[in-house]
Design a protein around this ligand. Structure first.
Ligand code: GTP
Ligand code: MG
Length: 457
């Protein structure tokens, strides 16, 4: 970690400017060789001042580009090391030429995410904040952006630190009574420790419950279109996308493979999956399609259960109804523009407490209401909307492990077993909590997290 790294921090392509970033102890001396200030070269580079000048090839003294240079002195920089940022003209060739000159001077090309990794390793940000950097870069909706910014600012970290400290307080008490073991842990202390542990558990529980929502903010929600063949699933996909994406024909069994497309409803993304219609006795190819449809249904956050309202229910509809009973769903009655033959009382009895949504994928009638209903169904719990949410499976797993360890420690406390046993579980719980923040970590984990980053970040 002691070497000096460099990379182009902006996307590769043509644009107004590109930024090349250098970080490490040699950053300044390296830049001093290549960058020639207009007027006189400063003897002492002032931090956070922008200098205008030329980048020259040291071997020929040829000017490669006019550029701006900013120096960020350690530790007040992105990586907490000396950092140089050079703004060049945004051409592919010119930026790679300048980067090459920097590498020729002894810098090493940065790995993906290495600047942020250094910021973490140097203690400027914790691991959950580092993860928020990539979430922020990849944010593609208002919600995702807001939750990434909140995490980057340290809102999640603060809450985790507070829980960590509460556990530490209990642990110190226990350890004190281990040291003075003859007196044992008094009943009162045991009660107050139990209460403290349960308070942390309640906070953990609330946080864990935000995951479903958080994941939807970050990745979008997946919505599966299901129904027997010919009810208009592909037509509905096209209507939602407002383009002719999927093949539509009057023949049942048109769609075979699954097709996934993204639409945006207000501030979240929805991945809509169209698939083969479910029916009894399908042909061989269709059977494969139906398997994929079932897999899509199983992994989706919400199912749109579609019926053709211009026909009475048949055995294929009943097959469908049986399959989606325990799935989060909306009931959609399509083809409202045709003469209605579907007995709505049957639908009502099969889906009590549900208001079916009438639409016509052909005319577009009811589509706006459907979009509204989808939004409400995926953003289920309004109370979760503004608070801290967790968005990563890694965080969820650590929180669950913390929770479980605390359950064990409470049981041990209640049984009046030795404080040492309780301490072991609390230690484990703190360790899991610490993993989210990166208090302890393995190199593999860092490789995995920072591997998701772009080069130059
Ligand atoms: N009148 C009318 N026809 C519709 C409507 N929606 C779909 N259709 C027609 O119904 C037929 C089947 O539509 P698709 O969208 O291919 O149905 P599907 O559910 O995807 O069918 P499979 O892919 O075979 O499972 C086509 O002829 C569509 O034009 C509608 O709202 N009104
Ligand atoms: Mg289809």
């Amino acid at each position: 970690m002691n070497d000096t790294i460099a990379a182009i921090a902006t996307p590769v392509g043509e644009g107004g400017v590109s930024i090349i970033r250098i970080s490490g102890s040699e950053a300044l001396s390296l830049a001093d060789c290549l960058f020639h200030c207009r007027g006189t070269q400063p003897k002492e580079w002032r931090p956070r001042q922008v200098y205008f000048g030329e980048i020259r090839d040291p071997s020929t003294d040829e000017c490669v580009d006019e550029a701006l240079l900013t120096f960020f002195k350690a530790p007040k920089s992105y990586t907490a090391e000396d950092v140089i940022e050079i703004n060049t003209h945004g051409g592919i060739f010119v930026t790679s030429r300048i980067l090459q000159l920097i590498l020729d001077q002894g810098a090493r090309l940065a790995e993906p995410g290495e600047f942020t990794r250094r910021a973490f390793l140097n203690g400027r940000i914790d691991l959950s904040q580092a993860e928020a950097v990539t979430d922020l870069i990849h944010a593609s909706s208002e919600r995702a952006l807001r939750s990434a910014v909140s995490q980057l600012k340290g809102d999640l970290s603060k809450q985790l630190h507070a829980m960590y400290d509460q556990l530490l307080a209990v642990l110190s008490q226990l350890e004190a009574s281990i040291d003075f073991s003859e007196e044992g842990l008094q009943f009162q202390k045991r009660e107050s420790n139990l209460q403290a542990l349960r308070t942390v558990q309640a906070q953990l529980e609330t946080l864990i419950q935000t995951y479903r929502q958080g994941k939807i903010f970050r990745e979008g929600a997946s919505v599966a279109l299901v129904g027997k063949p010919n009810v208009g699933k592909s037509s509905l996909l096209n209507a939602l996308l407002r383009e002719n994406r999927a093949i539509v024909t009057p023949l049942p069994g048109t769609t075979r493979d699954t097709l996934e497309e993204r639409v945006r409803i207000r501030d979240i993304h929805i991945n809509i999956i169209d698939a083969a219609g479910l029916r009894e006795h399908p042909e061989i190819i269709e059977e494969e399609g139906i398997q994929r449809a079932r897999a899509a249904l199983a992994s989706s956050d919400l199912a749109l259960v579609i019926f053709d309202a211009s026909q009475p229910l048949d055995s294929n509809d009943n097959l469908l109804i049986k399959e989606i009973l325990d799935k989060k769903r909306l009931v959609v009655l399509n083809k409202s523009d045709l003469k209605q033959q579907l007995d709505r009382t049957v639908i009502q009895s099969r889906f009590p407490k549900t208001t079916p949504i009438r639409i016509s994928a052909k005319t577009g009638s009811g589509i706006a209401d459907l979009l509204d209903a989808i939004y409400k169904a995926v953003i289920a719990d309004a109370s979760l909307q503004e608070g801290i949410v967790i968005t990563r499976e890694r965080h969820r797993q650590c929180l669950v492990a913390t929770y479980d360890a605390l359950t064990k420690s409470c049981e041990t406390l209640e049984q009046g077993l030795s404080e040492e046993f309780v301490a072991v579980d609390i230690n484990f719980a703190m360790d899991r909590l610490g993993l989210i923040l990166g208090k302890t970590f393995e190199e593999d984990l860092l490789d995995q997290i920072f591997g998701e980053f772009c080069i130059g970040k």
